[in-house]
Design a binder for this molecule. Structure first.
Ligand code: C5P
Length: 230
């Protein structure tokens, strides 16, 4: 079977979480978020990982990555998430060990507790022929669109929240990020970049456990999830 590489983005500032350690190195249940992310990805079928970190933090991450269950390296990211993804894709393309991978899974390090079953669903969809695949969950809150002229309720049955890992045929995602950068389009995830090429993405069932650790309360929830698993 074709090898699968994970591109784990961890170069954000993490200011909403606070603390003086980079978010991806914060621990949940005694293990750094980035390590838990790679463990889940590996259990779900990923063979190698490349972690994109803020410039200058490579040594701090390299120490932690030595404990990863699959070969893992790190590379410096950019100012916006899409710059970090582009830097990671370039590093994969330039590494003979990583560029054998036909498929790439882009994952937010902050979604450290994604169940392996979700990772497996994404990889299975790619192996079944999808060019891109994303995990989604239904919305639980009622949602309103707020504009300067007032607010209106939105039918939440038509909406879903998008998680990671998002899986892609690597060559198509490279092309998507090249076009997005060239045209100066801002995207907040990689599926949106792929759609710029006119491709459609497949949806698979995500999980509430794949929450993105963003604010202090998310760390508390993540701790509770880890405790409930052990
Ligand atoms: O900012 P946001 O929460 O959307 O970030 C999602 C993920 O992208 C995080 O894991 C963060 O570390 C990563 N990121 C990045 N490079 C940036 C900004 C965000 O790798 N410049």
């Amino acid at each position: 079977m074709e090898p699968v590489v994970a591109l784990v983005v961890a170069a954000g500032s993490g200011t909403r979480l606070g603390g003086n350690v980079p978010k991806a190195l914060r621990e949940v249940g005694g293990r750094p978020l980035v390590l838990r992310s790679i463990e889940a990805l590996a259990e779900g079928g990923v063979d190698r990982a490349l972690v994109v970190v803020a410039p200058g933090l490579e040594p701090a991450f390299e120490g932690v990555l030595a404990d990863a269950p699959v070969p893992s390296a790190c590379v410096a990211g950019g100012a916006e998430r899409q710059d970090s993804v582009r830097a990671g894709l370039a590093a994969i393309a330039g590494d003979p060990g990583l560029s054998r991978s036909v498929f790439v899974l882009v994952h937010d390090a902050a979604r450290a507790l994604v169940p392996a079953a979700v990772v497996r669903r994404v990889i299975d969809a790619l192996r079944a022929g999808a060019v891109g695949c994303i995990p989604v969950v239904p919305l639980v809150d009622t949602v309103r669109r707020v504009t300067p002229s007032g607010s209106t309720v939105v039918d939440r049955a038509e909406l879903c929240a998008v998680q990671t890992p998002q899986g892609f045929v690597r060559a198509r995602l490279e092309e998507a990020h090249r076009v997005v950068a060239e045209r100066g389009i801002a995207v907040t995830d990689d599926a949106a970049a792929l759609e710029v090429l006119g491709e459609t993405v497949a949806l698979v069932e995500g999980s509430r456990e794949a929450l993105k650790v963003t604010e202090p309360i998310d760390l508390m929830v993540a701790e509770a999830v880890v405790r409930s698993r052990s």
